[in-house]
Design a protein around this ligand. Structure first.
Ligand SMILES: [Mg+2]
Length: 455
């Protein structure tokens, strides 16, 4: 295109040239225009000859943290409507709500919920919940960007700096606030500041909802970080033994594989992967099939040992969250590999790569690298990843992308990647995966065992 300003007809013709397949991406309510029409890369369905990079989502694809995000969104609706326990409200609907609250930006998730549950929201409860979230973020939060946003929201309602309040300051040294503290603080804040809030419009509900969501999620992450995961698991899921942050099935095999790290003990890795797959799917294989899968797996190990892939995590979570989540999940992978492998020089070597996620990934792209209004399903985070990995456009066909949500799969294809694998799990199985090149509902083990990584 040479001309810069074009008429409607020329615009139509120029867009047509970009692709045969398009997607409509709706923007948050405060953005012009209402939606964008985005060209998608052609699906790459031919068998793969070379793969040079893997770009992967974090929550729900690499890690199990999606459950914590869902909990935090549900908590926001509960406190806003004062229906705190299951007998008052059974909670979010898996079929109707989950497709709208997973994989997109937090703004879009909160907008959806505020809209859907608007008739239950009670102004006083919204204010009370927000004020506590604002207090916690300013006094206990660790993310500076979040603090700035909370300060901005407080200013909107003419609330002067909460951090100067002597009543609140006495809680500053508390390591952890129990329910009684929280109730006391909430009541104090509400009585003091509630009059500052006149009427609340839809946009206000959304802004306050975002602060409440982040506060809840970050409080949980902080507790996991200081080793209180068991207590949180008991409180939230009535199960102290539930690991809140784990790797998704097959990741402890897939990650070392694509980096070319599995140069010995291939059979141990293969058996581990196969057992994991059979345990979850109840699939039955003949001995001949198993032999063939093993041969393919070992061939992949050899291929990547010669040509390790570049790897990137691409997440709509902010850096603060991704950092905690990835640290935790790499601890889990490290310990899985430590148990799995036989003592050897090889084992010592492979473990060094999983001591820290920064040693493993070539790029970690988070929402903090972009803007809230350009998160998935927009292409930006994936485009940044391709740039950081130094993959030129003509090599985009050597890139494979993994996502567990509709928005994520659209973002991969919108970034020009034609090999887009959906790995849905229980909570995202209701998503529309039309954008995905392949849908592997049994996750990465299926990608390796059944599809041989599409080679
Ligand atoms: Mg996800």
């Amino acid at each position: 295109m040479k001309k810069k300003f074009i008429n409607k007809k020329e615009a139509k013709a120029s867009i047509e040239k970009l692709s045969d397949e398009f997607v409509v991406i709706k923007n948050p309510s405060y953005i012009h225009p209402e939606y964008e029409v985005v060209p998608l890369a052609k699906k790459n369905q031919k068998p793969v000859k070379h793969l040079s990079a893997a770009v992967m989502d974090m929550d729900g694809t690499t890690t199990t943290t999606e459950l914590l995000c869902i909990h935090s969104l549900e908590f926001m609706v509960r406190t806003f409507s004062n229906r705190l326990n299951k007998s008052l409200w059974k909670g979010l609907d898996e079929k109707l709500d989950y497709p709208n609250i997973i994989g997109n930006s937090t703004t879009k998730h909160v907008e959806y919920l505020i809209n859907k549950y608007s008739r239950y929201l009670k102004k006083n409860d919204v204010i009370k919940s927000f004020l506590f979230a604002a207090f916690w973020t300013l006094f206990f939060g660790k993310d500076s960007q979040r603090k700035l946003e909370v300060i901005g929201n407080l200013k909107q309602f003419n609330i002067s700096n909460l951090t100067d309040d002597s009543f609140l300051n006495k809680y500053k040294s508390n390591k952890f606030l129990d329910e009684e503290d929280k109730e006391q603080i909430s009541k104090y804040l509400f009585d003091k500041y509630n009059k500052s809030f006149s009427s609340l419009a839809f946009n206000d509900f959304v802004r306050l909802g975002i602060d409440v969501y982040y506060q809840r999620y970050h409080e949980i992450l902080e507790r996991i970080k200081i080793g209180e995961g068991r207590f949180v698991a008991e409180e939230l899921f009535n199960d102290p033994n539930k690991h809140l942050i784990e790797s998704m099935p097959g990741m402890s095999v897939f990650l070392p594989l694509i980096k070319g790290l599995i140069t010995e003990q291939q059979e141990i890795f293969f058996n581990y992967l196969l057992e994991n797959h059979i345990r979850r799917t109840k699939d039955k294989f003949s001995l001949k099939q198993i032999e063939k899968m093993k041969k393919n797996f070992i061939a992949l190990c050899d291929y990547f040992a010669k040509r390790p892939m570049k790897t990137a995590i691409v997440t709509s979570s902010i850096f603060y969250e991704a950092d905690i989540v990835l640290r935790e999940v790499f601890k889990v992978i490290y310990s899985e590999l430590n148990h799995l492998l036989k003592d050897s020089e090889f084992k010592t070597e492979i473990l060094t790569h999983f001591k820290d996620y920064n040693l493993y990934y070539d790029a970690v792209i988070t929402a903090s690298d972009s803007s809230e209004i350009r998160l998935k399903p927009h292409r930006d985070l994936y485009s940044i990843a391709l740039y950081r990995l130094n993959i030129p456009k003509e090599k985009f066909n050597e890139v494979i992308g993994f996502e567990d949500s509709e928005s994520g799969t659209i973002a991969i294809r919108a970034a020009g990647i034609g090999l887009c694998i959906a790995v849905p799990f229980a909570q995202t199985s209701g998503h529309n995966f039309k954008a995905a090149t392949y849908v592997c509902k049994h996750g990465v083990p299926e990608v390796l065992l059944k599809y041989n990584l599409f080679f």
